[in-house]
Design a protein around this ligand. Structure first.
Ligand code: KG4
Ligand code: ZN
Length: 345
């Protein structure tokens, strides 16, 4: 729940990790059922946290896409029904645009404005997209992943090695204990658009490396640890992870970061921008933050706080506020969309 586009009154995130962990990824049918179970309690607790009621809401927003249609439908239908019942405007929001907006929301709350045009990199479990941002709803797509999203690469490598879903946070934590130069994975070579990304070659290289080293005993030990302990601590993970695996994780992470940063550098060199925004679940990565803020990128770099890096509703509400301010709302006939589109209509 957001007031005036930058004041977060309540932020409630219902985690589905327990549902998806067993399968090492998101199962669409289970995801939409979990949404259905969560939506009413989540809205209620947001109202409670904010000390407000349905009667006081000025507008209601929901993510329209891109994403899994079944899950999007739950939020969209609830929001439209609330809009209809209370006679308040409804705003359908694009998920990627909302990730970018998470950064402006927090900048504004600090009394700052992000200098535009900006390069915006959205790196999540579903997307790795690079935009040039000129203003609200004024975006140009510069490049995107040709295969896996960066977060997806983390999740797949984690699954391969017996770590839980999502893979990003645990690999990030363990990579700090490994040597990032131990395994020289090569960077993707791109034909065509040099600002496109690719992670499937790296994923395959990790797979080959795992196959040619005897890691089965420790992978088994990690699977057993997950069965025994609901949320293992970092120390417990370290006890079942060899130095060569830590080196593998550090080298993998270094390559992902390099893949992201060199595209940003290349895009920044082309000129025309004044700042860089990095958002989405992978923006929570400590290694990425450190590397991007090391001064290597010749523009000010903005990240969201950790809480607003991964999926949240505050960024959706704040973006909806900006749209409403410009007189944009969404008809109740609006449908969810599965793939990238950026401007919902
Ligand atoms: O934005 P998000 O919460 O959901 C999507 O829109 O996909 O991003 C989730 C993704 C997952 O793939 C997860 O492994 C990754 O973000 N992630 C991270 C970290 N925290 C979450 N990846 C790398 N390092 C992290 N610290
Ligand atoms: Zn997301």
């Amino acid at each position: 729940m957001v007031e005036d586009g930058s004041k977060i009154l309540a932020s409630v995130v219902a985690s589905q990790l327990d549902v998806h962990e067993k399968y090492g990824g998101v199962v669409p049918e289970l995801a939409s059922r979990a949404h259905l179970r969560a939506i009413v309690p989540v809205v209620r607790s947001a109202l409670e946290q904010a000390g407000t009621s349905y009667q006081e809401l000025g507008a209601v927003a929901a993510t329209q896409g891109p994403g899994l249609i079944g899950s999007l439908l739950v939020g969209l239908t609830f929001a439209k029904a609330l809009s209809f019942a209370r006679g308040i405007p409804f705003v359908g929001v694009d998920h990627l645009e909302a990730h970018i907006h998470a950064v402006s929301l927090e900048a504004r709350a600090r009394g700052e404005e992000i200098p535009l045009p900006a390069l915006a990199l959205v790196v999540s479990g579903g997307h790795t997209h690079l935009f040039e941002v000129h203003g609200p709803e004024d975006y140009r797509l510069l490049g995107r992943t040709r295969d896996d999203a960066a977060g997806e690469a983390y999740d797949k490598v984690a699954k391969l090695l017996g770590f839980p879903y999502p893979g990003g946070p645990i690999i990030d934590a363990l990579a700090a204990y490994g040597n990032p130069n131990a395994i020289p994975f090569s960077l993707a070579r791109m034909k065509g658009n040099p600002l496109d990304f690719s992670f499937s070659g790296l994923k395959t290289a990790v797979l080959r490396w795992v196959e040619s080293h005897d890691l089965s005993a420790e992978i088994q030990a990690r699977r057993q640890l997950r069965e025994r302990v609901k949320r293992p601590t970092l120390e417990e993970w370290l006890q079942v992870t060899s130095q060569q695996t830590l080196d593998l994780l550090a080298s993998f992470q270094k390559t992902v970061i390099e893949e992201l940063l060199r595209r940003l550098e290349l895009a920044a060199e082309q000129g025309g921008v004044r700042s860089i925004v990095i958002s989405g679940g992978v923006a929570a990565n400590r290694g990425l933050r450190r590397a991007a803020e090391s001064g290597r990128l010749s523009f000010p770099v903005y990240f969201p706080s950790l809480a607003l890096s991964t999926d949240n509703a505050a960024m959706v509400a704040a973006l909806a506020f900006e749209k409403l301010k410009r007189g944009v709302s969404t008809p109740l006939t609006a449908k969810p969309y599965a793939s990238f589109r950026m401007s919902p209509s």
